[in-house]
Design a protein around this ligand. Structure first.
Ligand SMILES: Cc1ncc(COP(=O)(O)O)c(C=O)c1O
Length: 454
């Protein structure tokens, strides 16, 4: 006997319906709770199989309500401790238009790191003044365009500063910019300007002394640590950098991203640092801002990617076969790839749940404690999970797996490679048609991307 086949006859290999009907924009939900909502219930096996018949495997489910509540909770916590703050939506972390539109409705600004992202932000309705431009490569023409439209630009190098100085010489009033500082937890970062180096600091001051550029703020983004205390260090570092160029009270200090969101236990257990809440970040940052500036605080800018987005998406994918290697280990092949789940190839295994195993299914009984999950590409590196603990249960072809917390750096980094880019559906309910936030990729998309002319 076989469970519901995850590949029923007629299952979609082509995209389903295009985007569903537009919904009216919701108001800012100031009355929402400050506690994180209970984990979304997720799909059961039958629902996942039903949706896959229409949209193909694997399927992403996006929880827009979760994004809303994350944003509202972060606002509420930060407004308790900070006098003036701004939350920038880190575009590259997730390009879904629906997500970005919700973020914009709720008052987030756009944090972009390239001209492409700047133009996308404008297409999505952000005004220039609602855009914050970061990134290591910015042409003079682009910076000028962004500044003319009122965007704030954080300079990444002395060369960018010199380019702007030349532009500033042509204008009447000084150009306002921010300086990205090359602070890092494990040595200097290659991003930003190392103002602790006296020669570099002198070069920056020389450009500023010409009077064509005014430094409005400082920016830092550095991975490696996510604790609230690490944000206090970031903040002190940008404040100190401002003093090095003679600015005691900047307009803003931007401490970038790196916040934690709500993390399932199996993920949290693998992290080097304990989980931190928005409240703890708000308290730590508020305390340091008060200590540094008292009542007259500059604006604090944060650019959370992972911390707002990771728990907003889930991926459903079936096990297609199970093999035992000569070395005795068990490998389950899954119809999804590393690119769908952890394209940054970190060492942390994803959070996985096996949905509704079928106890009656025949086939070889590969009862095992630990199963490696491998992906649907023909790459040896395509390992989704190094050892899923099955507590003695059988894992078999036909099982459907749920990968949680895959909302950050997945859809935006997934290329059309071997298998189609998966459809993204908005939290579908059984009684409603699914709303497609992004259709599944097709060979037509592949042809368009690679120069096939009809
Ligand atoms: C400048 C900048 N801001 C924000 C982010 C978001 O970081 P995270 O996802 O760690 O919050 C990144 C990520 O690389 C970044 O480069």
């Amino acid at each position: 006997m076989r469970a519901v086949d995850p590949y029923p006859v007629g299952a979609a290999t082509r995209p389903g319906p295009e985007n569903g009907p537009e919904r009216p924009a919701g108001p800012v939900d100031v009355g929402s709770p400050t506690a994180p909502p209970a984990a979304a219930a997720g799909l059961d096996r039958a629902d996942a199989v039903r949706l896959a018949a229409e949209y193909g495997w694997p399927i992403y489910v996006a929880d827009v309500g979760r994004l809303r509540s994350n944003i509202v909770r972060m606002y509420r916590e930060f407004s308790r401790t900070l006098r003036d703050f701004e939350i920038g939506y880190s575009f590259k972390t997730n390009y879904l238009a629906r997500f970005i539109q919700v973020a914009r409705e709720l008052g987030l600004t756009a944090e972009v790191v390239s001209e492409l992202e700047f133009d996308y932000a404008r297409d999505l309705g952000f005004s220039g003044t609602q855009i914050l431009v970061n990134g290591p490569v910015k042409s003079g023409i682009f910076m000028q365009r962004a500044l003319e439209q009122g965007a704030r630009v954080n300079i990444d190098s002395v060369d960018e500063l010199i380019t702007l100085d030349e532009l500033g010489r042509a204008g009447r009033s000084p150009v306002d910019v921010g300086l990205r500082v090359s602070y890092g937890f494990h040595g200097r970062s290659r991003f930003g300007i190392d103002l602790e180096d006296p020669d570099i600091c002198r070069a920056v001051r020389q450009v500023l002394d010409a009077g064509h550029i005014r430094v409005a703020g400082a920016h830092v983004h550095t991975p490696g640590r996510r604790s609230p205390a690490s944000f206090q260090l970031r903040l002190r570092c940008v404040a100190a950098a401002m003093e090095r160029v003679g600015i005691v009270r900047p307009d803003y200090l931007d401490v970038g991203g790196g916040f934690m969101g709500t993390i399932p236990t199996d993920l949290a257990q693998q992290l080097a640092e304990p989980q931190a809440s928005y409240q703890e970040y708000a308290e730590a940052l508020g305390e340091t801002m008060s200590g540094l500036f008292g009542e007259d605080q500059p604006r604090l800018i944060v650019e959370p990617g992972t911390g707002l987005l990771a728990d907003t998406m889930t991926l459903y994918a079936p096990v297609t076969s199970v093999k035992r290697s000569a070395a005795g280990s068990t490998v389950a092949i899954v119809d999804a790839s590393l690119h769908d789940i952890k394209p940054l190839r970190g060492t942390i295994d994803p959070s996985v749940r096996v949905l509704g195993r079928d106890a009656t299914r025949g086939g070889t009984d590969l009862r095992t404690e630990s199963v490696q999950l491998a992906g649907n590409t023909c790459m040896e590196i395509d390992v989704l999970h190094t050892g899923l603990e099955t507590t003695g249960e059988r894992i078999a072809a036909g099982d459907v797996l749920e990968f949680r917390n895959v909302g950050a750096y997945t859809v935006s980094l997934r290329p059309s490679f071997i298998a189609p880019t998966p459809a993204v559906l908005e939290s579908p309910r059984r009684d409603e048609p699914a709303r497609v936030l992004r259709p599944r990729g097709t060979s037509v998309d592949l042809g368009r991307a690679y120069g096939l002319r009809p």
